[in-house]
Design a protein around this ligand. Sequence first.
Ligand SMILES: Cc1ncc(COP(=O)(O)O)c(C=O)c1O
Length: 385
Amino acid sequence: MSSWWCAVHGYNHPKLTAAISAQLEQMSHVMFGGIAHPMASELGKRLIDITPEPLQQVFLADSGSIAIEVALKMALQYWQSLGQKNKNKLLTVRGGYHGDPFTCMSVGDPDNGRHDLFSHAIAKQLYAPRPEICFDQEWNEQDVKAMRQVLEQQHNEIAAVIIEPIVQGAVSMRFYHPEYLRQLRALCDEFSVLLIFDEIATGFGRTGKLFALEHADVCPDIMAVGKALTGGTMTLAATITTRKVSEGISSGNAPMLMHGPTFMANPLACAVACASIDLLLSTEDGSPYPDGWQAKVQQIEQTLQALHIINDHPAIASVRVLGAIGVVQMHEPVNVAKVQASLVEQGVWVRPFGRLIYVMPPYILTPEQQAKLCSSIVHTIKTLY
Ligand SMILES: Cc1ncc(COP(=O)(O)O)c(C=O)c1O
């Protein structure tokens, strides 16, 4: 599971440990209000380098969900600064997940039960149906029709659309068609609504591209990354936006984005994030990815295809693989206790939920370990179902 999808280089990589230790000997915390530090600027440069060209301004937040809160605040403050006071609603698709704080919950799937307990206190946002056409199916314009309708009717009150690009992760582990994102970009432009991509789960190579948006070749106005940003070592996330959005925000009554958590841009986390990005992109001798991270993720994708061997099993609804993500969807909810016990017995830890048994392995797994992961899941299903 790569520790909830973030420990892409495995645990205790010496380069990451060395980066934290070196920073620890200098400064472990810098209050980032009005004072900066070299590691934050190094990380900002790297993020600007590896994300699409229009994304130029970086806010370093302290966790994935806070990066989403920041993205949403950026969008809301942008329209306030421009004097468009009515644009204060958020639009999203069903089946999404963006974190557990209140505004994140408000743009998460309203029906999956995770946030039911708080529904009375969660702001009411706007929802379009989830994208239905799968990643490798034939595209059909109907898929984006309902989204167009909502935008057509309510764009005057909508600040932004937020979506997980390509992979709807924590709710359903579904891979949808890249054309959806291209059409969504065009709709947001047509109706003057900002587009936010939540790349917290998909960023840093997980889907076979450095960022999932590259499958569609579109650029959002705001993008959030987290999880694998520090290789799973420390909590850190980033919200990256365009000059247009940041200058728009600063043109209002408040000169800057109104957000400033105590641990933003923590120097230890920034140092290890720089080291993790360098490690991912390095092909030097001794790097875990001498042929490039893409080759490694492609190789994992290839091995995970072995899961398709149970396609025809009566308990299986579907099997899907994209990059270093393998998903087995059952017809009925998984008996988590039994499935986990069987897998642990074989030396494997995964965390099924709902009808899903899925894997997001660290990129450093050997082909043998990857094969074992697949064969253990297949064995478990064949013996328990
Ligand atoms: C797509 C997405 N957005 C946001 C989050 C929240 O990130 P964090 O748990 O770091 O707050 C998650 C976490 O799983 C996620 O998958």
